[in-house]
Design a protein around this ligand. Structure first.
Ligand SMILES: Nc1ncnc2c1ncn2[C@@H]1O[C@H](COP(=O)(O)OP(=O)(O)OP(=O)(O)O)[C@@H](O)[C@H]1O
Ligand SMILES: [Mg+2]
Length: 240
């Protein structure tokens, strides 16, 4: 079966800097793929290039059988890629409910999608009328991911959702994402929190200096401390 998303030889320049040097990445449908790598390896740049927020100067990006590298970001999103960036991007002046109304590019989110988002993060239903600016950091992250869940998507791309969250929030978020995984949502996840990456990941790809230097099963990587040290500089367990 063809993967849902595939990058082949993707190169990206940001201004005068050559950041991605030929990224090959495959995201199979119905699985969680985790993208790992040291700070500055090019993980966020890869996600932004998929979304058309940076332009690939070479290479191919195929989603659901279509070449998307030349499409506008809004058109890429409309094809069914929901992206939660590192800094979340919730509208703090709007209520939680109003943020959800902006989740879909075409119309209000379908009731079943909204229900799935509320089931993932029940706190959002309780705070429906509250201004998003009054939410905690963890709740804002839940709103950003909940909004992506509520949109009409085939692929969820999430950049470091655990960043800056208290351990109890990370656990809640991991539980919610684990339920999405059980429902066979296709997810491309950048995550440095090892407990989260290990629990959620089916596949792992490791980046270094703008290239993918390892692909394999997440479980195999989780068990191989010397491989982790070689690829990531530290054993993953030390990130916990
Ligand atoms: N707007 C920019 N202008 C110039 N260089 C940039 C820009 N954004 C990223 N870079 C550079 O590109 C490289 C990859 O950055 P990127 O943000 O993709 O890394 P990352 O793997 O997501 O790192 P982190 O784990 O710290 O989030 C880094 O060397 C970074 O300094
Ligand atoms: Mg990043």
């Amino acid at each position: 079966m063809a993967p849902l998303l595939e990058l082949a030889g993707v190169e990206t320049h940001v201004g005068r800097y050559h950041i991605l040097h030929g990224v090959d990445l495959v995201v199979p449908e119905g699985k969680v793929s985790v993208l790992l790598g040291r700070n500055g390896a090019g993980k966020t740049t890869t996600l932004r290039t998929i979304m058309g927020l940076w332009r690939a100067s070479r290479g191919a990006i195929r989603f659901a059988g279509r070449e998307i590298a030349a499409l506008a970001t809004a058109d890429i999103a409309r094809l069914g890629i929901a992206y939660v960036p590192e800094n979340m991007g919730v509208f703090t002046a709007l209520s939680v409910g109003e943020n959800f109304r902006l989740a879909d590019w075409r119309s209000d989110p379908a009731p079943a999608r909204l229900e799935a988002a509320m089931a993932a993060f029940p706190v959002l239903a309780r705070k429906w009328g509250d201004r998003a600016g009054t939410l905690s950091g963890g709740q804002k992250q839940m709103l950003a991911i909940g909004r992506a869940i509520a949109s009409d998507h085939r692929l969820l791309i999430i950049d470091e959702p655990s960043k800056g969250l208290a351990p109890v929030m990370v656990t809640q978020l991991t539980d919610a994402l684990a339920r999405l995984k059980e429902a066979r949502t296709t997810i491309l996840l950048v995550e440095q929190n090892f407990a989260m990456a290990r629990r959620l990941g089916d596949h792992a790809a490791v980046m270094e200096d703008g290239r993918i230097v390892h692909v394999g099963g997440m479980a195999a990587l989780a068990e191989d401390v010397s491989l982790q040290t070689k690829l990531l500089g530290l054993s993953l367990a030390s990130h916990q």
